[in-house]
Design a protein around this ligand. Sequence first.
Ligand SMILES: Nc1ncnc2c1ncn2[C@@H]1O[C@H](COP(=O)(O)OP(=O)(O)OP(=O)(O)O)[C@@H](O)[C@H]1O
Length: 308
Amino acid sequence: MTASIIFDHAAVTRGGRTIWRNGCFAIEQGTVTAIVGTNGTGKTTMMQAELGLLPLSEGSVTVLGEPAGKANARIGYVPQSYTNDIDSNLTAEQSVLLGLTGTRFGIHPVTKAQRAKAREALRFVNVEDKASLRLSQLSGGLRQRVAIAQALVCDPELLMLDEPLANLDLASQRSVVHVLSRLNRELGMTIQVVAHDLNMLLPILTGAVYLLDGHPHYAAMDAVLDSTLLTHLYGTKVQVVTTPQGDMFVTPNALDERDGTTPDTHDVEEVAEFHDHAAHGHGHAAGDTANTSNANTASNTNTAKETA
Ligand SMILES: Nc1ncnc2c1ncn2[C@@H]1O[C@H](COP(=O)(O)OP(=O)(O)OP(=O)(O)O)[C@@H](O)[C@H]1O
């Protein structure tokens, strides 16, 4: 397997502060990866670094075989809150066409081929029947799917989405996850998703980059789905529950909340021990370098049902 994204001792500094450092991992092509971590740990920063929008203070990031930023034409990116920021007077089709023309109202006339391509992208996300409606007429869930169509229209090899499920109702979240699942399964697209809540994505995730202790770590999903790790990561008790049907989900530990137990405020030494820094040299979890077994992990972990 070939790596899509390679971090080699990568670090980013913003406003004179190191956001994270010592990122050393590789993510294989054809995988679906979550980027997880508490607020402000640098998830968006990570995507911006991968797109070459932020310089690294140390190390290197290679994306699709090129230094970060050089392969952006082969990447689809759906930024955080994008659907709130775009001009809602545009129709769904015009919005998707922006992904091809890059010009708001098409200074160059839109070709038949471009229109067909936009329709194809809208069809893929199941919004083709809304092509002529203005974004202001669409629900948040439909707008998010239009945003994905815009990112898809250039046939990217890698799709990066920053919190695509935020503020969506359950059914809309499910629809978005279903689109991501099809992109990965049918088109073999590599996908990276920033997410606060893993549950909805669990059926399609291969692994996760988790930002903890100032470092990005990569691990395959079966290693991430560990109550101790997630408790450290979220700073509050978290349980991984498997139902008799084999569905897995992550849940706050209700008992502790009832008891009024204070959240887990692990100190640095404890976290260092947890990550076995000494054993791995760079201070990364064992799963930091993805290997070919990761591709299988999805099916191992994905006892959860495919979303509708
Ligand atoms: N333009 C900037 N200049 C300086 N610091 C910044 C800038 N933008 C973000 N930061 C800081 O970088 C850190 C990481 O921000 P980032 O948005 O990447 O975090 P995040 O994990 O995506 O957060 P959230 O979950 O809240 O979206 C934060 O502490 C933030 O305050």
